[in-house]
Structures are given as structure tokens and as C-alpha cells.
Design a protein around this ligand. Structure first.
Ligand code: LLP
Length: 420
């Protein structure tokens, strides 16, 4: 499943680098990514779109380290951002604002100004009020803001409620049956230039059907809009393709795009449009792991705990979504497995990384928490005044430190003692 990981002489290697060596040199917990896995995942999308009018954007929120952005920018990715901070990261990493789409339900006036000045490719707009604000700000700057409306196609992505976004009851997007009216409103605004249509139905979707259902709904709208005299130049289908954490079998990246393009090619209106995607997890999720060390083994009654040096502040997904991440020993022992709850040092019962895991481990052993490249470091915090983990990108036999472990002093450097 994860082809950049392999055991050599009893120790787990990331590409050509031993995880034991990474732990010795950079400490733990440390996020470890594979350069070739990230590049390879993007290349699969890019090759499926080769020769077509298409832009594969990378949704930065999944993992916004500058080196990851730079690697993808060099590979030709566009970017999906949701804040001015993410915009600045793209620019700081050498990315091109002209390949950036700006998503999000609550863009601030300052963020809009910054994005207009930088010259982003498109704003994915989620409400009338946002259109009005965008038009006012763009007009004041003597510009027109390129927009697409994020339409809520009301399809069930069949995923966790926290990461499902395409249903009517979600806060996201504009209801399908109001979209034409809102487009008319947009067309009448002086600071707006209609560029496209957009949707994003959720995340960790493991079937093609919901994407095709959403596409179908957008195709209907595109026809209605054409009849109303509103022409579009692109169609953005968002992100959401799932990965295998455990036993999930999501569609292959190429197969997913092929299915979408096949449907688009049948539609004379859609065929003319540039097709955009905003993939996050499927580009970086299985390209990263969290390397951690077992601090203590203990049991409370019959229950056994492996207390590791990574916690919910490093990887929040289990606590927040009940998410499953495989956990494997870096140097497997020849001993019978024992069932542990793998937990962190944070003072919360919700601070667990894996439950009921059969492992043969001893105190001091290293563990790799797999499939942690997406929404791992990006969602980390300093809860319990824990410095954020280091990040290392492995390139063949070379480990590149792409983020230094935070120092404790830096965690309160912006704070002040009382004046009196
Ligand atoms: N586009 C938009 C507008 C989005 O809101 C998202 C993700 C994406 C693209 C990228 O979706 P992806 O391809 O990564 O599925 N923290 C959660 C996932 C939240 C996703 C939020 N939006 C998790 O750890 O599972």
C-alpha cells in the first residue's frame, strides 16, 4: 500500500533512509514525508489530465509546508487556498498567484484585497454578501474580481459528517436552486467578472459515484446558465478523493479523472470548459508518517496503554474524527503481540492515536503512525505547551529537514508579563 516504506534488515526505511536514523538525528515526534510519493501522486493526476484544458490544484490546507508547496509548484500544480496566510505561503514558496483559486466561506476584506493585488486566478464565492463585498473592494481598486460560485449540489459523499460538505444542511456553498439567481446578481455587479462554477462535496470519498452525481448537477446548471446568457470558462470540481488508511479501496487517481473526463467529453458545453480540481489528501496523505517513540507501557486493570511522545496536538484526526491510522513498529520484535491503546501525554482522555492495537513493543521503541501526510502537521497545535514536531522530507537517501522542531521559548515569545 505504501510503496516508499520498506523493512531492511529489520528496520523500517522511508525511501532510502532509516527511520531510526531520522529519530536519532531529528528527535521525535517528527513528521516524515516522501518526496517521490508526493511528486508521484501529483504526476498521476497530471498525466490523466495531459493534453486537456485542466488545472490540478493542490489544496494547501492538507499540508502547507513551504517545501511541499514548492515541490508541487515546480511540478506544475495550481493551488487552492482558504486564507491570506495560505496565499502568502504559495508566494513564499515560489508559486504563481495566477494559478491560485481562493475558496472559503468567510473571506475577510483584507484577505480579498491581498488576493486581488496578488492577482489570483479565481475567487470561489459562497454567498451574495461575499459577491457584494468582492465587487465593492475590486471596484475601489479599479479591478474586476474573477469569480466562480460554489454551488452545493446536494449529493451525499458518504463520508464523515465533519468532512462532508455537499449536503443542503452544510454551511458551504450556494443552494443549487438559487444558483441561477445568484449568477444573475453577480453579472450585474460592476466589480465582478464571471469565470466559472465550482463545487466541493466533501473529503475522504472512496467512490467515483458521488463525484459523477455532483458533476451531473453542475452540468444541468451550466446549460441553464447558458440559456440565461451567462457563459463560463471553467468548471472546478473541488477535491475530496479518499486514500486508504486501513481497508478502504478508493478509486485510482487516474481512473477517477478518466471517469470525469469521459462524462465531460459527452457534453458539448462542458467540453469547452477548462476543468479544475482541488486535491489535498490524495496528494499528500499517504506520503507522510508521524515518527514517535514509546515512553511508557502501563496497565490499568486489564487495559494496557502504550504512552508515546506524540499526542493529539501533533495528530488530531483520531480525537476529532475517530480516524484510524495504522501504527507499525520501526524495528519489529520477535515477541507475542499485546493489545494496547496507543495514547499521548496530553491531559485529555480523548488524547489517543490508536485503539486496541496488537503490537510487540518495549519502552523506548519507535513507532510509525502511517498515512499522516494530510491534515496531520497542518492541524497541529501547541496544546499543553508542546512544541510542534519537526518535519523531514526524504529524498532518496537524503533526509531534508523542512521544518525545525519548535523551541519552547518560541511558544510564548509573543506573550507579555503583567505591566504591574
Ligand atoms: N477544496 C475545498 C473547498 C475544501 O474545503 C477541501 C477540504 C479541499 C478542496 C481538499 O479536500 P481533500 O482533497 O483533501 O479531501 N481535516 C479533515 C479534512 C477536512 C477537509 C476540508 N476541506 C481530515 O483530517 O480528514
Amino acid at each position: 500500500m505504501i510503496d516508499w516504506l520498506n523493512y531492511r534488515d529489520g528496520t523500517l526505511f522511508a525511501e532510502g533512509v532509516s527511520l531510526r536514523a531520522i529519530a536519532e538525528r531529528f528527535g521525535t515526534p517528527t513528521y516524515v514525508y516522501s518526496r517521490s510519493a508526493i511528486a508521484g501522486a501529483f504526476a498521476e493526476f497530471a498525466s490523466a489530465a495531459a493534453g486537456r484544458k485542466a488545472l490540478i490544484c493542490y489544496a494547501l490546507k492538507a499540508n502547507s509546508n513551504l517545501a511541499v508547496i514548492e515541490l508541487l509548484a515546480r511540478a506544475g500544480a495550481g493551488f487552492d487556498i482558504v486564507s491570506e496566510g495560505e496565499l502568502q505561503r504559495v508566494l513564499a514558496a515560489g508559486g504563481d498567484a495566477g494559478r491560485v483559486v481562493f475558496s472559503g466561506v468567510g473571506k475577510g476584506a483584507g484577505e480579498i484585497r491581498a488576493a486581488l493585488r496578488a492577482g489570483v486566478r479565481c475567487f470561489n464565492v459562497e454567498s451574495r454578501s461575499e459577491l457584494q463585498r468582492l465587487s465593492d473592494i475590486a471596484s475601489a481598486l479599479g479591478r474586476r474580481a474573477p469569480i466562480s460560485l460554489r454551488v452545493n449540489p446536494d449529493v451525499d459523499a458518504g463520508t464523515h459528517p465533519y468532512i462532508s460538505t455537499g449536503l443542503r444542511e452544510n454551511k458551504f456553498g450556494i443552494a443549487h436552486d438559487e444558483a441561477v439567481d445568484v449568477y444573475r446578481f453577480a453579472a450585474a455587479l460592476p466589480g465582478i467578472e464571471i469565470a466559472g462554477i465550482d463545487c466541493h462535496i466533501g473529503s475522504q470519498i472512496t467512490e467515483i459515484a458521488p463525484f459523477l452525481a455532483a458533476l451531473e448537477r453542475l452540468l444541468e446548471l451550466i446549460r441553464t446558465l447558458r440559456d440565461a446568457g451567462i457563459r463560463l470558462s471553467h468548471l472546478d470540481l473541488g477535491g475530496g478523493l479518499g486514500i486508504s488508511y486501513d481497508a478502504e479501496q478508493p478509486p485510482e487517481r487516474r481512473a477517477m479523472l478518466a471517469a470525469i473526463f469521459a462524462r465531460i467529453d459527452e457534453d458539448p458545453l462542458a467540453r469547452e470548459l477548462e476543468i479544475l480540481f482541488e486535491f489535498g489528501r490524495s496528494i499528500v496523505g499517504n506520503a507522510g508518517l508521524l515518527l514517535t517513540r514509546v515512553e511508557y507501557l502501563k496497565h490499568n486493570g486489564a487495559k494496557r496503554f502504550a504512552i508515546i511522545d506524540a499526542a493529539m496536538n501533533d495528530l488530531m484526526r483520531p480525537a476529532l474524527y475517530d480516524a484510524f491510522h495504522r501504527i507499525v513498529p520501526v524495528t519489529p520484535r520477535n515477541a507475542p503481540d499485546v493489545v494496547y491503546d496507543v495514547v499521548g501525554p496530553v491531559c485529555e482522555s480523548g488524547d489517543w492515536i490508536g485503539r486496541d492495537r496488537a503490537l510487540a513493543i518495549a519502552e523506548g521503541d519507535l513507532l510509525a503512525v502511517l498515512s499522516a501526510g494530510a491534515y496531520g502537521m497542518a492541524m497541529s497545535s501547541n496544546y499543553n505547551t508542546r512544541p510542534r514536531a519537526a518535519e523531514v522530507l526524504v529524498d532518496g537517501t537524503e533526509p531534508i529537514e523542512i521544518r525545525t522542531r519548535e523551541t519552547i521559548e518560541s511558544l510564548y515569545a509573543l506573550e507579555r508579563r503583567l505591566p504591574r
